[in-house]
Design a protein around this ligand. Structure first.
Ligand SMILES: [Ca+2]
Length: 443
């Protein structure tokens, strides 16, 4: 539409140019007529105007028809198409904006999705932490292992030290006990000669049984009790009294018997507890008990006499000028002194077979020096085994010679004992007896 208006104006401009040349009236009329025939455009005042007055003029134009190129007919179509295109573009733009929004959304989601690994980051961190902890634990484990090895080695050293110390302490205590018992015995000897009547009278008037003051069979013997039999003794006033068999005939009497074998009526294959408390029949075969033996030998310095008789009627004896059995804590360790007698020193046979200073072993408690097994179990008895024996008076009672393991009553220095008989039979004993007596009474 705007284009059409432009062409109308451009055709008017030459008309105004011609209006400027009106002054020449003759020519003007001719020209007007000419022009009117050629182009019917007239310019005239609207009303009669005075000179010098500004009057409105009007211009009449003939109907105008302009021939435009054919291609101009396409303009409307093009315009329509342009409109369509514009709409399409707008639509596209709109959809594009939606696309963009979607894309932005997607990007947002993408960003969020990209944040996923960030969410996993703490997991990675915790993984690393776990690895660190694992390595720390491994370090601690190896440290612990080292510490354990160190503790084991220290433990070994400590055991050695404690063993050495224990031996020292034991020896120290033993020597002190020996000194004390010697002093007590000498005092006791003096008292028995000067104060015994007073003591007896005192106890009698107090109504206390007289036997409470008898430490052992020797005390009874000193009081004129010279018949073999069972007497109640109190070797330590802090401990209970107990019965013991007293031999009042052998070698000036006054012997407290701690073990006896004579007929095989009592089984000597016994436990630690049995040997601790004692077992058997005091009138026949028995073991007095390690606790009692300890108390008896603790209260006085004692000597030990062993009497043996074989089935051939041979009777021999062994005398040890010291005999002490330690307490249970020290595993009833044996202490023996110098030997004298006729049966031979079987308790201290050699450097390798020595029962002195050995712990007590029973079939259920191995304290012997035989590393591969229990001597008590092998030889069916409780005894102060080395590894294992040159003497064992608690062995099995055989009523005659026997074959096999040396598990009978055994005294290694007995004539023909160690070699055995040519036919493989082993010596057995008819009687065995172990008894003790205060040293100061033995000349
Ligand atoms: Ca052993």
């Amino acid at each position: 539409m705007k284009l059409v208006y432009f062409y109308l104006l451009s055709s008017i401009v030459p008309a105004f140019h011609n209006v400027g040349a009106v002054e020449d009236k003759t020519e003007e009329i001719q020209e007007e007529e000419k022009f009117a025939s050629a182009c019917p455009v007239s310019l005239e005042a609207k009303k009669q105007c005075e000179e010098g007055e500004e009057c409105p003029y009007q211009m009449n134009l003939p109907s105008l028809t302009i021939q435009l190129p054919k291609s101009f007919s396409m303009i409307e179509q093009v315009f329509k198409e342009v409109q369509n295109l514009k709409e399409t573009v707008n639509n596209l733009k709109k959809s594009c904006q939606e696309c963009k929004l979607q894309a932005d959304d997607n990007q947002e989601i993408g960003r969020n999705e990209q944040q996923q690994p960030n969410k996993e980051a703490p997991e990675k961190e915790s993984d690393n932490r776990i690895k660190e902890l694992e390595s720390e634990v491994n370090k601690l484990f190896s440290n612990l292992k080292d510490a354990k090895e160190e503790i084991n080695s220290l433990h070994g050293r400590l055991e050695k030290l404690s063993l050495v110390n224990m031996n020292n302490i034991e020896n120290y205590v033993d020597s002190k006990v020996a000194n004390l018992t010697s002093v007590v015995n000498s005092l006791d000897g003096r008292c028995s000669s000067r104060c015994s009547n007073q003591t007896e009278q005192h106890y009698t008037s107090a109504g206390i049984q007289q036997h409470l003051i008898y430490k052992d069979c020797a005390d009874y013997y000193k009081k004129g009790r010279k018949i073999n039999g069972i007497y109640r003794v109190t070797p330590d006033h802090k401990n209970r009294s107990f019965e013991a068999y007293c031999d009042m005939e052998t070698m000036d009497g006054g012997w407290t018997v701690i073990q006896r074998r004579l007929d095989g009526s009592t089984n000597f294959n016994r436990t630690w507890e049995d040997y601790k408390n004692g077992f058997g029949n005091l009138s026949r075969e028995f073991w007095l008990g390690n606790d009692k033996i300890h108390l008896l030998t603790k209260s006085r310095d004692m000597v030990l006499r062993i009497d043996l008789e074989d089935f051939n009627g041979v009777k021999l004896y062994a005398l040890y000028d010291q005999f002490y059995v330690a307490n249970e804590f020290l595993k009833y360790r044996l202490h023996i002194g110098n030997y004298s007698g006729t049966a031979g020193n079987a308790l201290h046979f050699s450097r390798h077979y020595n029962h002195d200073m050995k712990f007590f072993t029973t079939p259920d408690k191995d304290h012997d020096r035989y590393p591969s097994g229990n001597c008590g179990r092998y030889y069916s008895s409780g005894w102060w085994f080395d590894a294992c024996l040159s003497a064992n008076l608690n062995g099995k009672y055989y009523h005659q010679k026997y074959k096999g393991v040396f598990n009978g009553i055994y005294w290694g220095t007995w004539p023909g004992m160690a070699n055995g008989h040519p036919n493989g039979f082993k010596q057995s004993f008819k009687r065995a007896k172990m008894m003790i007596k205060p040293k100061f009474l033995v000349s």
